[in-house]
Design a protein around this ligand. Structure first.
Ligand SMILES: [Fe+2]
Length: 329
């Protein structure tokens, strides 16, 4: 009874939420004023109703045209794969000496343990002999201090991948790195249940494999084609922006389209995580993953990345880069 009443109130208020949403879109477009959480919720609601069409519309309104002409055969092939399947896998993107260098640098950073059974916000240095949860997570504000990360985010090849897949000038919207470990049950908070991401109207995620990944140490899984408009059926969308179980997914997708990425260290997976995906629960070993996220705008729910003044100065030396690094504060 109470639930029905809340639903009815929400329906009555929806036209007002839409008005606020359009006003905030205009404010972002012309004055770069960031939106409220209410408008972010409306963006998600529109996605659930339209199946993705609304995101395309918002993206087209807010994007900045690419500064480069990217008609290159290799990039065209990547784009074809990305648009058709929702991902592209590039093997040997990083050399083993580069991944070793990254791991050496990351070991000096503090992070925190994370998962359904733990609520730890106290940062500490990672200790492989004291595993406390499913996930050990490094924050963007810390990762950006590493020389290796600064080098990667300035890399023109990576920026061209983001430009090509987004179809516009990219904005670095997030970066993350985490260790994963075995558990008894799939962990909801650690994204081991099926879900789609939705932080902004359009984005691309670049997953860098820092260790080999096989079927036992938690391969990433993605449903081919589910990134497209209406790629997630309404029966699943109507459950809202939530985690889903295997049984629900198996009703709608064929086994052939559920792709498990077993990758070698140094591989790069470029993914449109608007499609359904999850990290498979680990049976043994560990997995270390680094992730860069580029978006076509900061509309939605994108957290600022806080960096030291010198880092901003260093990254913004080239004027064109100021747009890309506008989320670094
Ligand atoms: Fe995700």
């Amino acid at each position: 009874m109470k639930k029905n009443f809340i639903l009815m109130i929400k329906k009555i208020l929806f036209p007002f939420s839409l008005i606020l949403f359009f006003c905030e879109l205009v404010l972002y477009k012309f004055f770069k004023i960031r939106n409220s959480n209410k408008s972010y919720q409306t963006m998600i609601k529109l996605f659930l109703l339209s199946g993705g069409w609304s995101n395309g519309l918002i993206h087209n309104l807010l994007k900045k045209k690419s500064i480069k002409d990217l008609r290159d055969n290799k990039l065209n092939l990547i784009l074809n794969n990305y648009e058709k399947n929702g991902f592209h896998l590039e093997e040997n993107f990083l050399t083993l000496s580069e991944t070793a260098n990254f791991k050496k640098q990351i070991n000096q950073l503090e992070g925190y343990w994370f998962g359904d059974k733990i609520e730890e916000k106290k940062k500490e240095i990672f200790n492989r002999n004291k595993i406390k949860s499913v996930k050990f997570y490094y924050e963007a504000n810390d990762l950006i201090k590493l020389d290796f990360v600064k080098k990667l985010i300035k890399d023109e090849n990576i920026l061209d991948l983001a430009r090509t897949t987004l179809g516009c000038e990219p904005i670095l919207s997030n970066l993350a790195c985490w260790w994963s470990f075995p558990s008894d049950l799939p962990d909801k908070k650690s994204a081991q249940w099926w879900h789609f991401d939705m932080d902004s109207p359009k984005w691309v995620k670049l997953f860098f494999y820092l260790e080999d990944c096989n079927e036992k140490n938690g391969p990433h899984i993605f449903i081919r084609g589910s990134h497209k408009d209406k790629g997630i059926p309404y029966s699943l969308r109507k459950k809202g922006y939530s985690r889903l179980e295997d049984e629900e997914i198996n009703k709608f997708y064929s086994e052939n389209d559920i792709i498990e990425f077993k990758c070698k260290e140094g591989s790069l997976l470029i993914e449109n995580s608007r499609g359904l995906h999850k990290g498979k629960k680990l049976i043994e070993g560990s997995r270390l993953m680094f992730n860069l996220e580029y978006s076509s705008s900061l509309f939605g729910d994108v957290s600022e990345i806080h960096v030291n003044h010198h880092v901003i100065k260093e990254l913004n030396t080239i004027k064109q880069k100021q747009y890309i690094f506008q989320n670094l504060k």
